[in-house]
Design a protein around this ligand. Structure first.
Ligand code: UD1
Length: 362
């Protein structure tokens, strides 16, 4: 039986691994695959990690590297040192990493240097923006991965451009969307829903955590003011990422219609994202969910590694200039935002496809 290390470290990883784990468990009787779930501990709060395990039915990790916070280099180094010890004590047959967080890159390097093949779920996507740590993580991970499970034709083309062979690429769809579809019926309003008198399609949902948007008090403050002004008095629900919270503590005036709430568990965030009038975000995953929910999505970035959310879905990149915010909201209020459709293979069966392919290649 082949042993796969499944790596998860930060919040956006958890919804991506859940369907893969479920699929491997469902194929247990074949006696071909088994796994070891490794949590690096990059995210460690209940609100950033534990709640997701519980709501998504992810088993307790076999190993927690408990690396915690640090600079990019400190986190990378700490994960590599700890994961190498695990592998030296007991090697696996394949290291499966997902997404683009620091844990993804650090574990991929560690495994491949010990000649353990690496499979990258969500391989091949590119924003072209090297100021984002995630883009560096994608480039490095893809440069040394052995197999690629991809979400789009765009990702496939990017990999081929740099010489990856067709037989290394498996176009399987999007595991994050598996989770979205599987949990859709279980999504429930957060406890503040009634307190804030929220109603479907009568509020906006905001998420911001990119250094470019949140690290400077003046930038963050100007963004929040413009968004709330453009929302014409409707509530703007803002679950605050810990990185943003640190800066927000020093912002002197908060608009009246900005509802600051803690990072939300998966099922409550999902409920907010499904029922909102529109999402305003600088995240990548949130744009994919908006596309599948058919909800208008304004992205405060100049580039995206997920162009299908713009070309096929409901997402528009308006850049980071606050001057563009008002007109985007006007388009939403006028009811003329594009409708969008769902990208190929985003059908809720990606985890199963991945597990079947792993059975074959191992
Ligand atoms: C990371 C990912 C990013 C992802 C984001 C989602 C990288 C390079 N970035 O960014 O792709 O979109 O997660 O959340 O991997 N913190 C807590 N509690 C936690 C985790 C973090 O308070 O459970 C604090 C840290 O101490 C730090 C800040 O939040 O001050 C940022 O955390 P970090 O893991 O460094 O990166 P993110 O900005 O969360």
């Amino acid at each position: 039986m082949a042993l796969v290390d499944i790596i998860a470290g930060a919040r956006p990883n958890f919804m991506k691994i859940a369907p893969i784990i479920k699929a491997i468990d469902s194929l247990k009787a074949n006696n071909k695959l088994t796994y070891r779930l490794i949590h690096t501990g990059q995210h460690y709060d209940a609100k950033m990690s534990g709640d997701f395990f519980e709501q998504l039915g992810i088993p307790k990790p076999s190993i927690n590297l408990e690396v915690g916070s640090g600079t990019q280099a400190e986190q990378t180094a700490a994960i590599m040192i700890s994961y190498e010890k695990v592998l030296l004590k007991s090697a696996s047959d394949l290291c499966l990493v997902v997404g683009d967080v620091t844990s993804t890159m650090a574990c991929a390097i560690t495994a491949q240097k010990l000649c353990i093949p690496v499979a990258h779920v969500e391989g091949g996507i590119r924003s072209g923006d090297w100021t984002m740590p995630e883009e560096i993580n994608r480039l490095v991970t893809d440069a040394i991965s052995s197999f690629f499970f991809t979400t789009s034709a765009f990702a496939n083309a990017n990999l081929k451009k740099v010489g990856v062979r067709q037989e290394q690429i498996f176009f399987v769809g999007n595991t994050m969307i598996d989770t979205l579809m599987e949990t859709s019926e279980r999504m429930t309003p957060p406890d503040f829903w009634e307190m804030l008198s929220l109603e479907p399609k009568n509020y906006f949902l905001l998420t911001l955590h990119r250094p470019h948007n949140v690290d400077e008090i003046s930038t963050l403050s100007a963004l929040l003011n413009k968004i709330c002004e453009s929302a014409r008095g409707k509530n703007v629900v803002f679950p605050i990422h810990p990185r943003t919270a640190k800066v927000l503590d020093n912002v002197s005036s908060i608009p009246d219609n900005l509802c600051l709430v803690e990072p939300q568990p998966y099922l409550q965030f999902g409920y907010l994202a499904k029922n909102t009038k529109a999402v305003i975000t600088d995240s990548g995953g949130v744009t994919e969910e908006a596309t599948v929910n058919g909800v208008p999505c304004i992205t405060l970035r100049d580039s995206t590694e997920r162009p299908e959310t713009v070309e096929i879905g409901t997402n528009e990149l308006i850049g980071t200039n606050i001057k563009n915010i008002k007109s985007a909201f006007e388009l939403i209020f006028s009811g003329h935002w594009k409708k969008g459709s769902i990208p190929e293979m985003w059908d809720g069966k990606t985890g199963y496809r991945i597990a079947r392919i792993l059975e074959t290649i191992l």
